[in-house]
Write a protein that binds this ligand. Structure first.
Ligand code: PEP
Length: 265
């Protein structure tokens, strides 16, 4: 099944407004319009740089969507420091990351918080990139599939969405590969992504599972992206460190576009 490839950049706590403008202006000269049309490119800046990213992308006439890295599960009220889905929509964002391991681990977001965030984002009309992935310890004891399938089942429990595949993307991100330079072997990453797809078929239905994009994330860069993105069940990459490098982001987009062209041929 042909699924449009995604390159999504998670900028984490990097890039103020000036850096955001400079970066996007610089990469605009290196990105091909045809490549951007062939795939879905997304950048997820920090909240305060979202507007600057949107404006610069518009000025440079780039087909890049802007996403957010987080949202509150609450709508309003006494939640100091939080930002809700409607506030993000006001900024014109298309999607939001939910369940990133840095949120799960550093900010103690458990499965119930992640589920609430997923539901809140979807109800507000945002698309969600739902992240999952095992720790090194979980992998070492052979529990990767059980753990990842459990994360997916918990987040999707009771969810009823007719257009699931166009609203939810899954990102498989083994924690031990994030920001470490240790990329997961591409065949193994593909095996886990295929396992996630069969779990989706079990929870939803086969057609939705076949249509849903599943990304790999964890130390993806221009030197390893071709092999990862060529895998049958991997539909793109969620990229941290390399996505804010001027030479790397366009190379990632070009790789995904080349792979898409192969799938058509
Ligand atoms: C991420 O933050 O989602 C990520 C995959 O980071 P990195 O590419 O730096 O490993």
């Amino acid at each position: 099944m042909k699924r449009k490839k995604i390159i999504a950049g998670n900028w984490k706590l990097n890039m103020n407004q000036a850096q955001t403008r400079d970066f996007l202006k610089e990469v605009s000269g290196k990105l091909s319009a045809d490549d951007l049309n062939a795939i879905e490119a997304i950048v997820c800046p920090p909240f305060t740089s979202i507007a600057a990213a949107g404006e610069t992308i518009k000025e440079a006439n780039l087909k890049i969507a802007v996403g957010a890295q987080n949202l509150s599960q609450h709508q309003s009220g006494a939640y100091t420091g939080e930002i809700n889905a409607e506030m993000l929509k006001e900024l014109g964002i298309s999607s939001v990351l939910v369940g990133h391991s840095e949120r799960r681990e550093t900010f103690a977001e458990d499965d119930s918080v992640i589920k609430a965030k997923l539901n809140t984002g979807l109800e507000a009309g945002l698309n969600v990139i739902l992240c999952c992935g095992e720790s090194e310890a979980t992998r070492e004891v052979g529990d990767t599939d059980k753990w990842v399938a459990g994360q997916i089942a918990s987040a999707l429990e009771g969810l009823s969405l007719t257009d699931f595949a166009s609203r939810v993307t899954i990102a498989y991100e083994p924690i031990w590969a994030i920001g470490t330079g240790k990329v997961c072997d591409s065949a193994e990453a593909n095996r886990v992504c295929a396992m996630i797809r069969s779990k989706l078929a079990e929870i939803l239905d086969q057609a939705s599972a076949d249509a849903t994009r599943i990304l790999y994330g964890g130390s993806v860069k221009s030197s390893n992206v071709d092999e990862i993105i060529a895998q049958s069940d991997i539909d793109g990459a969620l990229v941290g460190g390399a996505s804010i490098k001027v030479e790397e982001f366009p190379a990632l987009v070009a790789s995904a576009a080349r792979e898409s062209a192969k799938a058509v041929a």
